[in-house]
Design a protein around this ligand. Structure first.
Ligand code: T4K
Length: 407
């Protein structure tokens, strides 16, 4: 956390000239408070307050309330899907889907994704089979094909960084085997695949509405599907299996979204396209600020792709940049730039999955290179300019920084 004590060094208000200007070597950090990756977007307060007033007046706070129903309707319109089922978070949503489909055996998934999916499979007594990434950082269909067995029950692929994965190739693999394709769309709200909004593919797609996501409800999850029976089943199982007062149809849990979360979702949905435009400007500022820097590759979605631009993803090549990703991370963190190494070290190298999976060299190499920088609609172009100057200084003086840090 920031050091605001009276004995802290004075603010750093001069340009970076020397190594002693870096927080790593004792200077005051560039920022007085942490600059986070994906600082949450806060919606228009008046819109949110008006929705909260409705909740207060109604005294209806949860259990499929009017705001949850309204958000589900609006999401069906926006995503152009017949069924949207909101839940308490995406992990619970995926759990309900896995249970509803009665999956047993092995499930193929990328190692390069958030750990929640692998953990869920483990807890459900399914076997996660980690697969390699392709050049797009997403699940490689050819590697999936090679790892399929007679026990493969489903593929769960992730649209990493808001871009669509290779849905057609994965769907073809699943169709050949008669198994389900599920899509983790946690990062990908507002994206499209071949002109159609993400949310309309596979047997079901699951979005996270966690605070750190491009579109959020503080906490929340969303299942989209065109399967009416599956949607009906999810509605029951998110609410203890109740179909009405005193009427239980099946086993279920509490995975409901509250009205307060739905209010946040509705308020954020109203501002989503403005947020997307702001995040795109931040992405452009980084692209200009980091242009031509050897050893640093900024991952940019193709210009024709409708991405939410919420993630600022770089790959650091130590040989070209002069220091490796972890050295740069340490330098940035000291300056209160809280960059992140998502999804280091990879699911297959994280407990309890460690040791149950073969090596995945492409994923491991990627996990050693990727660094996310503070971005999204809540970042400012001035912050971006300062961060880019810092990274340029780090690259320009890398040998001296390495030597001084080593000493
Ligand atoms: N699939 C994928 C591909 C996912 O990325 C996720 C979640 C899921 C599935 C599961 O969805 P949920 O079940 O959560 O709905 C965070 C989030 O907790 C997690 O939801 C998210 N992915 C993951 C990528 O990020 P951590 O452990 O990295 O959280 P944390 O606290 O370090 O926060 C991330 C960054 O955001 C930091 O830079 C701090 C900043 N932050 C965070 C919060 C909560 C803020 O600035 N304000 C905040 O309120 O997992």
């Amino acid at each position: 956390m920031p050091d605001d004590s009276p004995s802290a060094p004075p603010p750093r208000d001069k340009p970076l000239c020397d190594l002693s200007d870096l927080a790593l070597f004792g200077a005051r950090p560039l920022f007085d408070a942490p600059r986070h990756v994906n600082r949450p977007q806060a919606p228009d307060r008046a819109v949110f307050d008006a929705l909260l007033d409705q909740v207060w007046d109604r005294r209806w706070f949860t259990n499929d309330g009017p705001l949850v129903q309204e958000l589900e309707r609006r999401l069906c319109d926006y995503l152009d899907v017949p069924h949207c089922v909101l839940t308490s978070n995406a992990t619970a949503a995926l759990d309900l889907v896995i249970h509803a489909l009665g999956l047993e055996g092995e499930v193929l998934l990328p190692s390069f994704t958030f750990i929640s999916t692998a953990h869920l499979l483990h807890l459900r007594k399914l076997t996660p089979v980690f697969c390699e990434v392709g050049a797009d950082m997403m699940l490689d269909p050819a590697d999936c094909a090679a790892r399929m067995t007679t026990r493969t029950a489903a593929i769960i692929a992730t649209h990493v960084w808001g871009s669509p994965c290779d849905i057609d190739a994965l769907q073809a693999l699943c169709d050949d085997r008669g198994i389900a394709l599920l899509l983790d769309a946690a990062h990908a709200f507002g994206g499209r695949y071949k002109g159609r909004r993400l949310g309309g593919f596979g047997r079901a797609e699951v979005f996270s509405l966690h605070a750190t996501k491009a579109f959020h409800a503080c906490e929340g999850g969303l299942v989209t599907t065109s399967d009416a029976d599956l949607a009906a089943r999810l509605r029951l199982t998110r609410n203890f299996g109740f179909s009405g007062p005193d009427r239980v149809e099946c086993a279920g849990v509490n995975a409901k979204m509250s009205e307060l979360h739905a209010a946040m979702g509705l308020a954020n949905l109203a501002g989503f396209e403005d947020s997307r435009a702001a995040a795109m400007r931040i992405h452009g500022a980084y692209a200009r600020g980091l242009e031509g820097l050897p050893g640093l590759r900024l991952k940019s979605p193709p210009p024709e792709e409708e991405n939410n631009h919420h993630y600022l993803v770089t790959e650091i090549d130590a040989a070209g940049f002069g220091m490796d990703r972890d050295a740069l991370l340490a330098l940035l963190t000291a300056e209160n730039v809280w960059a992140r190494r998502y999804f280091h070290p990879g699911g297959h190298r994280s407990p309890p999955h460690l040791g149950h999976s073969p090596a995945l060299p492409r994923t491991e190499a990627l996990c050693a290179r990727v660094l996310l920088l503070p971005a999204g609609a809540a970042a400012t172009s001035e912050e971006v300019a300062q961060i880019c100057r810092l990274i340029r200084f780090a690259a320009a003086r890398a040998p001296e920084i390495r030597a001084a840090a080593g000493a």
